[in-house]
Design a protein. Structure first.
Lengths: 535, 455
């Protein structure tokens, strides 16, 4: 017995909401190009495969008597079915390639395709991390060339390339600080973090064994310098400051903050998630920063890939560089690039490393892409990147502040992102409602409810890769939705109406978690996966 | 500049709208003395696509690609054939250029894929629940140790590491433990035909939060996990099993069915490729659903939309840093989403049938290689058991042999001297990995090269 649609949802449920798409239901559940797709577990079988491999001959068995005899339960599809399955799924995603993706602090900019081509060159993609060093000199040169760019762009002393993403880089920086303090016999317990910080900051500092204390903000959203100074003392290991901040503001007093922290014996960690706003305009090293991670997947445009992979190299000051983790790559006095690991750290006078953060050398596939991006832009282009990103954000801020409350709009220009609040919305309309209505207009929503310090926050980051025409269209859409939010348009509360799914029940998901596919148990016995097979 | 759409006319019009005289007025909050007045000196200016491609190609050609050599490296990263359709799918812009699926109504593609991925990993590992990926196997291993400490609520501090755990994984755990209160009990690997299970069990005591065992281990040996699981559970400790070669689980029993509590590993073998060490794919699963709320990382779950249609969302996020901040189970945010997609596509193409065939072919060729190498004078095969990699002893420093053979495009394996530089007595060991990409001709090339160099 087969139903027209095996994906488990109810294709026949009539659309009652007159606000939703009109027209009759279809027997398949599809709506023209909007195609429903079941799970691989519902359409695949354990007997189907999309590869051609030899049948096992049954001769060799040195598996220690541990042969896997039970069914594993992994469905297979032929190649045509596989390509169709994932192509259909892909069409249910929003992406930068489809339109402006204004997620504040996430930096969704265009991903150049040259970067993809380069990353796939066999000399980069088809190289094992433990090959003899003489056979990977070009790969090491890529790491070294990128490292030098990162040092020059930030005005710092050294860089740890191995951290796998931003949060991993934060951990690397905080561990460098802890190692430096321990080396001088100075046990400090507290890291100061502003309330507006990314959640990764306090999570990282806690993971490294520190107590977290909030730094208060002043009325224009920046770190309260006097409050910070009065909290500094012999128990404070350091501060973690995001600059530009998550409010989209440059921390004007960072140099003074750094001087005060250093004078009190602490270190300054800068969260570099927003470095794209200032690359080529100012060097964090000139502002007294001791450690800063750089999200290559933000500033240097390696693709976000639906949630990763990222890459989070950490630039380090002279005081912290000796503690950077292994392995790392260096150009030696002989002019050659070398891979420095546990066995040759002494030879390169790097004996204070705090350890190793990951098995191998870091995100090589991201290094090749980021270096390609950097070389394409050059020193002049990167500066233009920052200028256009900031220009685009300010254009959005000033074009919408008459319909959306900009809590810090009065304090001057923003950096690469414009922050709005829900002030002025009709009482029963929320930021979430506005965001979902923006989906119906064909846009991915902005970052919602972050930073936490602004009520109903909406953080809009257009990036530099949007044209003025694209910005104008987005501004028009957001203006219309904002006006409807102020007027209390009830349709917002049931949005989105035109997405592949209506609003999803997140409470249900958390209350009764279904986190893996399980075979259903219909009356008459449990069917095997192969019995259910067929599209 | 080809990636920047604004024209100078656009910029002027926009500045006028903003009410700023020039773009520098937008950077007024940057202290003037720190503001750079032009492109940073000494760095190259922008370059054409053609010029950049040429530069990068020149660098790439200085590397010996695995496919251009007789290739036998493993030890945590394996060369497998990845079907062409995998790369095609992960390059679709809707997957490649999407963000973390925080707006589920327009991210069902990524979310359904993650649900399928989690389900595939759970089946492969013999576990109830897998997460949506970690950075790589080594960081997943540390996260498992940290999770075991959380479950022990700080009452048990000892972490027992098998001596046959990948030394880089052990190094990551030891590094992180320096900053927590965990006490790491590690031993060096014993060069024996079978792992020293009795010795490992004897190190577990009432203060042990977890035991970490690699399966197959760093020397390629396949260990019966059940006695270790029983011993750990008797002392109230968790068994963490690390797998660096997921293809093996198409041939050998899953860690979950042998009593492992947390199973972590490297997923790179399926779909991801070698990439000089990253990005890779950390896999993380628990056997018992009661441990789900202690897990690190993102989880995708099934739910319904307002019309009752099935859909998927990220869930149980009160464990995570963006909600819980300093009380989160981990600081992880970005994971390895696109690598998870590559894994899931490749695994779907294989299916159970293909995975079992792939595993059998790996094992057949590895057995053939072990037999041929055992015939070389001066070479002895250490292992009683193995899947697709095993350790041989050369009676001489294997590092020197590896470097010598590399000059003739023979990448013979990973020397134990490189992995364990502090243990001279392991220096004659060489880990040899054989996969479906290894030809019988490659094996003969290695055999003759070793004959020559050991003669």
């Amino acid at each position: 017995m087969s139903t027209p649609n095996q994906s488990g949802w109810k294709p026949g449920s009539p659309v009652q909401d007159h606000n939703a798409m009109s027209g009759p239901d279809t027997v398949t559940g599809n709506r023209a190009l909007m195609l429903e797709e079941p799970l691989i577990f519902e359409i695949g079988t354990i007997e189907t495969t999309g590869v051609d491999l030899p049948e096992p001959s049954g001769g060799a068995d040195r598996l220690g008597g541990l042969d896997r005899s039970e069914t594993i339960g992994l469905p297979g599809l032929s190649e045509p079915e596989t390509v169709r399955h994932y192509t259909r799924l892909s069409r249910q995603n929003y992406a930068i390639d489809l339109g402006l993706f204004p997620l504040g602090s996430c930096t969704m900019k265009h991903n150049p395709r040259l970067n993809e081509k380069v990353a796939r060159m066999p000399g980069f993609a088809d190289v094992h991390p433990l090959q003899p060093v003489d056979t990977v000199k070009g790969a090491l040169e890529v790491v070294n060339e990128l490292a030098n760019w990162l040092i020059d762009l930030t005005g710092m002393h050294g860089v740890a390339m191995s951290p796998k993403a931003g949060a991993h880089g934060e951990l690397c920086g905080i561990l460098c600080i802890r190692a430096a303090l321990e080396a001088r016999g100075d046990a400090r317990e507290v890291i100061l973090v502003p309330e507006s910080a990314h959640g990764t900051n306090p999570a990282t500092a806690a993971f490294a064994g520190y107590k977290i204390e909030d730094i208060p903000a002043n009325s224009d959203g920046r770190v309260d310098l006097d409050a910070l100074k009065s909290r500094l003392g012999p128990d404070v290991a350091g501060v973690m400051i995001t600059n530009p901040s998550t409010l989209g503001l440059f921390e004007r007093d960072l140099k003074e903050i750094s001087d005060a922290v250093h004078a009190a014996g602490g270190f300054v960690y800068c969260d570099g998630a927003n470095f794209n706003a200032i690359v080529g305009k100012v060097r964090p090293g000139d502002l007294g920063v001791d450690a800063m991670h750089i999200n290559l997947h933000k500033t240097f445009s390696t693709p976000h890939g639906g949630g990763g992979p990222g890459s989070g190299p950490v630039v380090l000051s002279e005081a912290l560089a000796p503690y950077g983790p292994l392995p790392y790559v260096v150009r030696g006095k002989d002019g050659e690039v070398h891979l420095v690991e546990e066995e040759n750290a002494g030879e390169f006078e790097h004996t204070k490393a705090f350890g190793r953060m990951t098995a191998f050398h870091g995100q090589m596939g991201m290094f090749t892409r980021a270096l390609t991006y950097i070389l394409s832009h050059g020193a002049d282009g990167l500066r233009q990147v920052a200028e256009d990103a900031v220009l685009n954000a300010n254009y959005i801020l000033r074009s919408l502040e008459d319909v959306l409350d900009a809590p810090f709009g009065h304090s001057g220009p923003c950096m690469h992102e414009a922050l709005f609040s829900d002030k002025g919305f009709a009482e029963d309309i929320s930021t979430l409602d506005l965001a979902k209505a923006l989906i119906d207009e064909g846009y991915h929503p902005m970052t919602m409810y972050f930073p936490l310090v602004v009520h109903g926050a909406m953080l809009v980051e257009p990036t530099e890769t949007e044209s003025k025409a694209a910005l104008d269209q987005f501004i028009g859409a957001l203006r219309s939705v904002a006006e409807r939010a102020r007027a209390g348009d009830e349709r917002l509360k049931t949005a989105p109406h035109y997405a592949p799914r209506r609003r999803l029940d997140e409470t249900l998901a958390a209350r009764k978690p279904i986190l893996a596919w399980e075979e259903p148990n219909p009356p008459g016995g449990t069917p095997t996966m192969s019995e259910q097979g067929g599209r | 500049m080809r990636y920047l759409p604004l024209t100078d006319a656009d910029r002027s019009a926009m500045l006028e709208k903003i009410g700023a005289p020039d773009v520098d007025a937008l950077f007024v909050d940057v202290p003037e003395e720190a503001r750079l007045d032009g492109p940073i000196q000494g760095l190259p200016m922008h370059a054409s696509e053609m010029a950049v491609e040429k530069h990068m190609r020149t660098l790439s050609k200085k590397n010996l690609a695995a496919s251009d050599a007789a290739f036998f490296l493993g030890a945590g990263a394996y060369k497998h054939h990845v079907p062409a359709s995998v790369d095609h799918i992960i390059q679709r812009g809707e997957f490649l250029t999407a963000y973390t699926p925080y707006q589920p109504e327009i991210a069902q593609g990524t979310l359904q894929m993650l649900f399928e991925f989690q389900s595939q990993v759970a089946h492969l590992y013999g576990c109830a629940v897998a997460n949506a990926s970690m950075y790589d196997g080594s960081t997943a291993c540390w996260e498992a140790v940290a999770m075991a400490s959380r479950i022990a609520r700080g009452k048990k501090r000892k972490v027992v590491l098998s001596g046959a755990l990948h030394p880089h994984y052990a190094e990551v755990v030891k590094t992180m433990a320096k900053f927590t209160d965990d006490e790491i009990a590690h031993a060096k690997p014993a060069m024996t035909a079978a792992p020293d299970t009795a010795g490992l069990i004897s190190r577990i005591d009432g203060d042990t939060s977890c035991v970490v065992v690699q399966y197959p281990d760093i020397l390629g040996r396949v260990t019966d996990l059940q006695p270790i699981a029983d011993a750990a559970h008797e002392k109230g400790a968790l068994l963490i099993v690390v797998n660096t070669e997921p293809v093996a689980l198409g041939a050998i029993k899953s860690p979950g069915e042998q009593g492992a509590d947390i199973v972590v590993g490297e997923g790179q073998s399926i779909g991801v490729g070698l990439q000089f060490g990253g990005p890779y794919l950390g896999l993380f699963a628990v056997r018992d659903p009661k441990h789900v709320r202690m897990m690190p990382g993102r989880l995708c779950g099934e739910t319904q939309d307002a019309e009752g249609k099935r859909g998927y969302v990220l869930t149980l996020s009160t464990r995570e840093q963006h909600i819980r901040r300093e009380k989160a189970t981990s600081n992880i945010c970005t994971n390895s989403g696109l690598c998870a997609l590559a894994f899931s596509v490749h695994m779907t193409l294989l299916g159970e049938k293909g995975l079992r065939q792939l595993a059998a072919e790996n094992h057949r060729l590895a057995c053939l290689a072990a037999d041929r190498l055992a015939e070389v004078r001066g070479v002895s095969v250490l292992n009683d058991s193995f899947f697709n990699e095993f350790t041989i002893r050369l009676g001489t420093d294997a590092r020197a042999v590896v470097r010598k053979l590399a000059k003739d495009n023979v990448l013979a394996g990973v020397s134990l001297g490189r992995l364990f530089p502090e243990h001279d007595e392991l220096a004659d060991g060489l880990i040899v990995a054989v996969t479906e990409t290894t030809t019988e001709e490659d094996i003969e090339t290695l055999v003759s090269a070793l004959k020559e160099v050991l003669a």
